[in-house]
Write a protein that binds this ligand. Structure first.
Ligand code: HEM
Length: 357
């Protein structure tokens, strides 16, 4: 069955916060308002987040032949199965700006679209059945849940995309912010600081994470990651990084003849283990639950047309959401429930306000 609502699963049988549905609607509305603010007509409306692409590349996604039997689940059911894929590399920043705005590093994205998967999907992708894996270069998402993301979205709406005031409760008493929420704001602050200190010189050379939990078949939960097959390389920035130095690095690397390879890996836990389903700003300790390689992503090189207008247009038109997913890999937890409505809102708004506005 396609386009079904989230299947029942044993991991979200918690009493949902009663205000969550309203928070999600509000964030979806604000996302569209923010797009209008950033791209007044006749400008083309871009993605609500991750609007700046470094490039889209053709790739393949191949399930490992030696995948352990107990991991042969969902997309990974058939050892050796090879899928075609597209990958879009991006900056998370909400505006298209210098890759090193104010000299600070930002969150970098790698979105993988595995094409033509077999089985029940939760949401069709323009009539197709695809499995999207959206990743950032940090193992934890900076915001725990819908409540915190709403505070962020309101803050940037009121302050012309400046998020600084989100952290105000760490310095002054702000009415309505509980001690529990304050502790989460501190964690967000530390995660953002950490992110801003991690240099990325080339989007093809660093590790990415799904940063939230997803189903792994009926009874288990996964977190996923993609890591360069030879490991992360030391990241040495150009002496004077240009505005688009990440795009330049990506294109230059893919002009060479050497294919690029990422190991796609999962951490898997089951009922009874600490899962942190409702808080996306947590990680699972890799020493307790190691990541295991389950597939290989290959980006064939050379790819010469990444900067061509046709490919750039195709890249803009792609729609990624974690809900383009097999039911076996259903997104879980507050942040993921929120993402369902918001990605649809962003996509619908950019489709409406697109090129011909
Ligand atoms: C685990 C947490 C998250 C990760 C790993 C993640 C990652 C990504 C990535 C990689 C993209 C770029 C997709 C592309 O290339 O087209 C993206 C797009 C986007 N993200 Fe997220 N994201 C996360 C959470 C969120 C949350 C909480 C929101 C807001 C509710 C959000 C809103 C968006 C929007 C609006 C887009 C653009 C959608 C479109 O117009 O196609 N993300 N995200």
């Amino acid at each position: 069955m396609a386009n079904s609502d989230a299947a029942d699963n044993p991991f979200e049988d918690i009493p949902r916060p009663p205000e969550e549905a309203g928070q999600i609607d509000e964030i979806a509305d604000l996302t569209a308002q923010l797009q209008d603010m950033r791209y007044p007509a006749p400008a083309r409306v871009l993605r609500g987040v991750h609007p700046k692409s470094h490039g889209c590349v053709r790739a393949s996604f191949e399930v490992r032949r030696d995948i352990a039997e107990d991991l042969q689940v969902g997309l990974f059911a058939k050892p050796g199965k090879r899928y075609r894929a597209w990958i879009r590399f991006s900056n998370a920043a909400v505006r298209v700006e210098h890759d090193l705005k104010d000299g600070k590093h930002g969150s970098r994205g790698m979105a993988v679209k595995v094409l033509d998967v077999k089985g029940e999907v939760l949401l069709e992708d323009g009539g197709e059945r695809n499995q999207d894996f959206l990743m950032i270069n940090q193992p934890a998402f900076a915001f725990a849940n819908a409540e915190d993301y709403l505070r962020l979205t309101k803050t940037i709406r009121e302050n012309n995309d400046d998020a600084t005031r989100f952290f105000a409760p760490l310095q002054v008493e702000v009415p309505g912010v509980s001690d529990e929420q304050k502790a989460r704001i501190l964690r967000t602050f530390k995660l953002v600081q950490q992110l801003q200190s991690v240099p990325v010189a080339n989007p093809l050379e660093v590790r990415y994470f799904g940063a939230a939990p997803f189903l792994f078949g009926a009874n288990r939960v996964m977190r996923f990651s993609a890591e360069p097959c030879d490991g992360e390389k030391p990241q040495v920035l150009p002496e004077t990084p240009s505005e688009d130095y990440l795009r330049e690095a990506l294109i230059k690397t893919l002009q060479q003849k050497q294919d690029i390879c990422f190991d796609f890996k999962v951490q898997v836990r089951g009922k009874g283990e600490e899962l942190d389903i409702e808080d996306a700003s947590t990680v699972w300790d890799e020493t307790e639950t190691p990541y295991v390689d389950v597939a290989k992503i290959t980006i064939p090189a050379p790819q010469k047309n990444i900067d061509g207008s046709k490919q750039v247009e195709r890249c803009e038109a792609l729609v990624f959401t974690p809900w383009h997913s097999l039911a076996d890999h259903q997104p879980l937890g507050s942040i993921n429930r929120l993402r369902k409505a918001v990605y649809l809102a962003s996509e619908a708004h950019r489709a409406v306000g697109g090129k011909d506005r």
